[in-house]
Design a protein around this ligand. Sequence first.
Ligand code: S3P
Length: 170
Amino acid sequence: MSKRNIVLVGFMGTGKTVTGRVLAKQTGMKLIDMDSIIAERQNQTIPEIFAQKGEPAFRAMERELTRELSQQNGLIISTGGGIVLNPDNIADFEKTGLVVCLKASPETIFQRLEKDTTRPLLSGDKKKQIEGLLAQRKPLYDAIKHSVHTDGLSDEQTAAPILKLYALES
Ligand code: S3P
């Protein structure tokens, strides 16, 4: 039987990449970071893609990569925070994987991203932008069946319930 994927979604700064690393280490499954693949294939950083090609072009790249990855199995997939903007992405990932949303309070996200310069959607007043985007997207993240609230948890503590769920569902 083919192994289902584990797909991590959630707002920027909720720990998708680090949790993905822990899960990959603990399961031996291959880790795929969608932003890294897009940047590699375009030979540009994410801010360069946003600035030169625009956000809609980036969303189309995400959509295409989602189609590709959701046809594979045995992967830990760390998505970009905006993957939920197109419900087709989540529907595709649900077909072959366990989709889990990582959550964190706006304060925690701000603390984690205060010095970050790699998120084009947080290039102004970060606090305001985080609060605004989180409020806008809340219904989309809340619609995901499984979630882990990461405030105060270590990377291992975040990974543990996901592994448990994966073992139960597989
Ligand atoms: C985005 C999140 C980023 C990246 C891009 C847009 C978003 O990924 O895909 O900057 O719209 O939330 P991370 O969630 O890994 O930061």
